[in-house]
Ligand binder design. Structure first.
Ligand SMILES: Nc1nc2c(ncn2[C@@H]2O[C@H](COP(=O)(O)OP(=O)(O)OP(=O)(O)O)[C@@H](O)[C@H]2O)c(=O)[nH]1
Ligand SMILES: [Mg+2]
Length: 383
């Protein structure tokens, strides 16, 4: 959350890695930060002017951050190319020169308004692209002194849970500022349900206790927090928790031990799942392309078929449309005769002689039973 100490923590781990002669690749994604206490290799502020964006698009602070991230996310290919290059094994050094080492850690600072980052398309793109190229771990920074009340603790946990759900990436809870307040209670509340219960009762008995923010409070609130802590039990089991002070550097070793553990988990559990989802997206995309292509071909077929009808030469022979016309003509079993075939009578005003005769006969026999013209024609044909 805002003010939890993300940027100070970045400074701390950056100097820790430099001290280990293992300098990280540093990325700052907070366009609104005034100054960062570390040297960023890629800084969103170099390519997007946050104040300008707010003015131009008439946006507030959050809208400005979101739009800046969206503009920055359009460069994701360049960013990935840079990262691939820096993490790839460098060419062998020339004799007498020190061997350059590949970057082993990429550390990224996010804007304080975390919902802007996690729930925006650009946050998705940036995280998704990183995770599809490198083992990626989320460090969720908690302001430990401000989490001492059960309700702030619970809202922090729900926030972390929503980010875990959204990003589907391994997560480490970093309880920061342990120089001000020890983080033991956080781990206890996460792993021991009774301990959380006791804290709830304690706050109910003296609501002004804790950090004075009044935690559990009324019965309703107490039971709500109660049921939530039960629900989150499963979620807690997916997390690593470390207590750190970005001020003093205490706990940073534990953090990097947790990162190595989570990176192994990423390779084992998350990467196959990412691979599967990527494949699924590819298949869906291919399926959609196929469907679009078929529809296009069908449309084109229809148009070429109808246009070829106009261009095709008239058929010389009428197609046989039924086996009746295949039979031998002289066993005259009353098959329909196509008037055009009568070539032995001469035609008079379009009617052959036999048809004219049939017409005459039908006039001279006014009382015939239902003497339909067609039957008469048939008779005339036999004749
Ligand atoms: N005592 C103590 N103070 C800390 C620690 N880490 C950060 N702070 C203080 O907490 C305040 C916020 O620190 P930042 O690093 O700017 O927090 P942030 O999460 O980056 O803030 P936003 O980017 O605005 O969300 C600053 O006054 C820091 O000096 C810590 O480990 N111990
Ligand atoms: Mg910050």
């Amino acid at each position: 959350m805002a003010g939890s100490g993300k940027t100070t923590f970045m400074q701390r781990i950056n100097s820790y890695l430099h001290a280990k002669h293992d300098p990280p690749y540093v990325i700052n994604l907070d366009p609104a930060v005034r100054n960062v206490p570390f040297e960023a290799n890629i800084d969103i502020r170099d390519s997007v002017n946050y104040k300008e964006v707010m003015k131009q698009y008439n946006l507030g602070p959050n809208g400005g951050i979101l739009t800046s991230l969206n503009l920055f996310a359009t460069k994701i290919d360049q960013i990935l190319a840079l990262l691939e290059k820096r993490t790839a094994a460098p060419p062998p050094a020339k004799p007498g020169e020190p061997q350059a080492k590949p970057v082993r850690n990429i550390i990224v600072d996010t804007p304080g308004q975390i919902e802007v980052f996690v729930w925006s398309a650009s946050g998705d793109i940036l995280l998704g692209s990183l995770a599809s190229s490198f083992p990626t771990v989320i460090a969720y920074i908690i302001d430990t002194p401000r989490t001492a009340s059960t309700s702030t603790f619970m809202s922090n946990m729900l926030y972390a849970c929503s980010i875990l759900y959204k990003t589907k990436l391994p997560m480490i809870l970093v309880c920061n500022k342990t120089d001000v307040k020890d983080a033991e209670f956080v781990e206890e509340w996460m792993t021991d349900f009774e301990a959380f219960q006791a804290a709830l009762r304690e706050e109910e008995e003296n609501p002004e206790g804790g950090d004075g923010l009044g935690g559990g409070g009324s019965g309703y609130m107490g039971s709500l927090l109660n049921s939530m802590s039960l629900v989150l039990e499963e979620f807690y089991s997916h997390l690593s928790v470390v207590g750190v002070s970005s001020m003093t550097g205490e706990g940073v070793d534990d953090f990097f031990a947790a990162v190595r553990e989570k990176a192994a988990e990423f390779e084992r559990d998350y990467k196959p799942e990412l691979e599967r989802r990527r494949q699924q997206r590819e298949e869906e995309k291919k399926g959609k392309q196929e469907k679009d292509l078929n529809r296009l071909l069908k449309d084109m077929n229809v148009s070429t078929a109808s246009s070829s009808k106009q261009t095709k030469p008239p058929k010389a022979e009428p197609e046989t449309i039924s086996d009746m016309e295949d039979e031998d003509d002289d066993d005259d079993d009353g098959d329909l005769v196509d008037p055009d075939e009568e070539d032995d009578d001469e035609e008079k005003d379009g009617l052959t002689q036999r048809y004219q005769q049939a017409l005459k006969d039908s006039e001279s026999n006014p009382h015939g039973d239902d003497f339909s013209f067609a039957r008469y024609m048939h008779k005339a044909n036999i004749g």
